[in-house]
Design a protein around this ligand. Structure first.
Ligand code: GPK
Length: 832
């Protein structure tokens, strides 16, 4: 090889300050096409990202090659959402070249923060489910597990939220507008995906009945690959996202008709498939385009998985030993019918053989028990959009029900509950039942949620297949959520216990004994204060509001949803406001109520709650009689980047859902790990957080899931009575209903008051109010004793080790996937 190229190659990978600086300048000029004088911050971001990407590519290829050579079993994580956030800090930090990069930029007269801030936030997800997928990618790569993410490359991620006159307004989120330096387009990795058409029956070569799907519309799925850098940079995995491309098989008939433009228009429309992420969190809208998105990415992914498998194998018998496919909720569950179709129709396997392989390959994670979120597609829609799949689903169902009938002994109610088809009203396919039946393992995402799955939605299936349901309590990656988001605390931790915690979070338990060390407590407080200052500056920039750094930062950040009960928090805010006004001479512990979260654009109640928070903020923040004792802020456009600023600064973590409704929560874990004390119900993973941090270090209140269940079952709950017997609750509600916060429109909040009273208060806000206020009081009193508060905060951080997504992913790897770490061979290339 030409020596000049070789030396350039080495330079491309060099990780020292000089090498980085030289390569930044080279990228800026030759790829971004600017000189240093004309370059904007965005140009520098692209420059740095491209230079960093260079340092990843060799190791990425080594990793992929190692998996190939070892014919390792891979896990494929199919998810309609990956809420990744920014990648620059993540890549630098996982490669271990953060300081070098900062210095290189410094020598160019640039600030690292400015460059980092020019990166758009990749928001290809709505909330917890999508962020979990992103944490899993980080954990799989960090532990050397051969894991691939498969999803959709949405052109528009989750909408940008702005407040106009206090109301949420949605704007398109154009994260790709200026290009995406992290991804590699793969125009040669292209799979056809079909829709509509009809099914033709014929006799195969041995005279058996066989089927083919004909006269269908076609689109192409084109791959874009993003390297997923594991901690330490040894393993670089792949996130493969599909983009819809029109096929070129034009109908020449149209040309002759002079309908050329019409043909082209149809082609262009087919690319809408990957245009936009549906903005509903835990609700299902039943839109045909959504079904098509689900099938589009699932089919492309399965074709890709089979192609990779067939590089080493000629029969499909080994597929379950070489591929584990995890369904992130039911969104990719149509994949079960699709794999059957591919095996039976395209590869001529016998049905029973194909079914055995399919079931052994798939596993399914359930993320919610909310009935409105359980996907059920109208039979008529699937018949039209995916006619062959509808036949396959009927066949799976018939075989299953026939087998079960013998045992069910005439229990028709049970059989109809087990059926894949819901026959009540318009006939629908229950995707949860399909996912359950087509998987060898089915899991919930916290201990409580998994128990409730067994008792409720999957009760009959659990009796039928008692070994299938298992629990995998969620986790979060300590790299992004402690090391990167909270440098102040992570540096402190590392000085005391070393840096082992970054890749093995269980080691953070060594901090327990430091809780009694006054010097450490002082330093811990100092780190928190630094983060609070950073957040206060952010709040001022975003809302114009000045908040007191020494107040309790009481934080509720998550999607706006009635079951998450932001309303309970608002009612307490109003009650506290009244108390402070009534007792101006009392020395109050100052409180800053911090909210953030998006509402689904069509979720009117959630949008009204946003407006209420903004209205309450306006009144409270401008009332001189409460001074600085109470401030309310609702930060716009909550996303991963905002979370990285808010979470490290929190004192109190609001996890106050109606018990039994939050499957797990993961924000609860991020906040506790960053030293916030939780105020929460016994719901989702809060239950396990209490077990780990200890009941003395968490504020638990409210009804349990069992109590909620009993209360609802007996129908004996009357919110009017509860309100009448609680003066502070009554006063707060009266203020809302008489327009104290909406003098311009006194009836504005009628729907909210209605829901909490005559509506029956389905989410039991009023039922938990008194207990919640007591827990809030206890928190405020504790905050007066800063030593005691800090001690508990440290114990929270120290006891959260188990909630690392490394632990979660290892449990999946051992108990569901049977995949094992592979150590890539990097010998061929010099890394440093
Ligand atoms: C659950 F069903 C859904 C959904 O559509 N989107 C979503 O984010 C969340 N979730 C749960 O609400 C959380 O409790 C849970 O921690 C998270 O999924 C990850 O499992």
């Amino acid at each position: 090889m030409d020596a000049r190229y070789k030396s350039r190659d080495i330079e491309r990978r060099s990780l020292d300050v000089d090498g980085l600086k030289r390569s930044f300048l080279e990228w800026l000029v030759y790829s971004v096409g600017k000189d240093a004088r004309a370059a904007t911050r965005r140009d520098w971001f692209h420059t740095v990202a491209l230079a960093v990407r260079d340092r990843v590519v060799d190791r990425w290829m080594d990793t992929t090659r190692s998996y190939y050579h070892e014919d390792a079993k891979r896990v494929y994580y199919l998810s309609l959402e990956f809420l990744i956030g920014r990648l620059l800090t993540n890549s630098l930090s996982n490669l271990g070249i953060m300081d070098e990069c900062r210095q290189a930029l410094d020598r160019l007269g640039l600030s690292m923060e400015d460059v980092v801030d020019a990166e758009p936030d990749a928001a290809l997800g709505n909330g917890g489910l999508g962020r979990l997928a992103a944490c899993f990618l980080d954990s799989m790569a960090s532990q050397g597990l051969p894991g691939y993410g498969y999803g959709i490359r949405y052109e528009f991620g989750l909408f940008e939220q702005r407040f106009e006159n206090g109301w949420q307004v949605e704007y398109p989120e154009q994260w790709l507008q200026f290009g995406n330096p992290w991804e590699f387009a793969r125009p040669e990795v292209l799979y056809p995906v079909q829709f509509y058409g009809r099914v033709e029956e014929f006799r195969d070569s041995v005279g058996e009945r066989a089927y083919r799907w004909v006269d269908a519309d076609r689109v192409l799925a084109m791959a874009y690959d993003t390297p997923v850098v594991g901690y330490g940079g040894d393993t670089i995995n792949t996130l493969r996202l599909w983009s819809a491309r029109a096929t070129r098989d034009f109908n020449f008939g149209h040309f002759n008709d002079g309908a050329y433009m019409k043909a082209v228009e149809q082609k262009i429309l087919s690319e809408n498939l990957s245009r936009v992420l549906y903005p509903n969190d835990a609700t299902e809208t039943g839109k045909e385009l959504r079904l098509k998105q689900e099938y589009f990415f699932t089919s492309a992914s399965l074709q890709d998985i089979l192609r990779r498998y067939l590089q080493h194998h000629t029969s499909f018998d080994n597929l379950p030993n070489k591929a584990a496919i995890q369904l992130n909720d039911t969104h990719p569950a149509i994949g079960i019918a699709e794999l059957m179709r591919l095996l039976v129709d395209q590869h001529a396997l016998r049905w029973d053989n194909a079914w055995e392989i399919t079931r052994a390959t798939f596993a399914y994670t359930n993320h919610t028990l909310l009935p409105e979120a359980l996907e059920a597609w109208p039979v008529r829609m699937i018949e039209r959009v995916l006619p062959r799949h509808m036949q396959i689903i009927y066949e799976i169902n018939a075989k299953f029900l026939n087998r079960t009938k013998a045992k069910a002994a005439g229990d028709n109610a049970r059989l109809s509950r087990l059926s894949l088809i819901d026959e009540r009203g318009e006939r629908r396919v229950r995707m949860g039942n399909l996912a359950f039946l087509g998987s060898h393992k089915v899991n919930g995402v916290s201990a409580l949620h998994t128990d409730l799955m067994k008792q409720t939605v999957f009760n009959d299936f659990h009796e039928e297949f008692p070994d299938r349901i298992n629990n995998k309590t969620n986790g979060i990656t300590p790299r992004r959520w402690l090391k990167q988001a909270n440098p102040a605390l992570s540096e402190l931790i590392t000085t005391r216990i070393g840096q082992g915690w970054i890749s093995d979070l269980s080691q953070i338990s060594a901090l327990r004994e430091k809780a009694d060390d006054v010097v450490f407590r002082e330093e811990f407080r100092r780190a928190k204060r630094k983060n609070k200052k950073r957040l206060a500056a952010y709040i001022a920039r975003q809302t114009g509001e000045e908040v007191l750094v020494d107040s309790i930062f009481d934080v509720q950040v998550k999607r706006m949803h009635e079951y998450k009960r932001q309303l309970l928090n608002v009612l307490h805010t109003i009650a506290l406001y009244n108390e402070m006004r009534d007792n101006p001479t009392v020395s109050w512990v100052p409180v800053t109520k911090i909210f953030a979260g998006k509402a689904a654009p069509s979720y009117h109640m959630a949008k009204l709650i946003i407006k209420l928070i903004n209205d309450v903020a306006k009144v409270v923040n401008h009332d001189p009689s409460v001074h600085d004792n109470l401030k309310v802020v609702l930060l716009p456009n909550y996303n991963v980047t905002a979370a990285e600023i808010i979470i490290p600064a929190a004192d109190l973590s609001e996890q106050i859902s109606t018990a039994g409704m939050e499957a797990s929560g993961t924000g609860n874990m991020k906040l506790a790990l960053n030293g916030a004390l939780t105020i929460g119900t016994l719901d989702g993973a809060n239950v396990e957080i209490r077990e780990h941090v200890g009941p003395d270090n968490i504020f638990i209140f409210g009804m349990t899931a069992d109590e909620v269940n009993d209360l609802r079952a007996t129908g004996g709950f009357n919110p009017r009575e509860v309100i009448a017997s609680n003066p502070s609750l009554k006063r707060a509600l009266d203020m809302i209903s008489t327009g104290a916060f909406s003098p311009d429109d006194r009836n504005r909040y009628h729907p909210i008051v209605q829901a909490l009273t005559d509506g029956g208060d389905h989410f039991l806000v009023t039922a938990d109010f008194a207990d919640y206020c007591q827990a809030q009081d206890a928190a405020m009193q504790l905050y007066r004793d800063q030593e005691e508060w800090t001690r508990k905060a440290i114990l929270n951080t120290a006891n959260m080790g188990w909630f690392s997504s490394d632990r979660t992913v290892n449990e999946y790897a051992e108990e569901v996937w049977d995949v094992h770490p592979v150590h890539p061979n990097h010998e061929g290339e010099g890394y440093r």
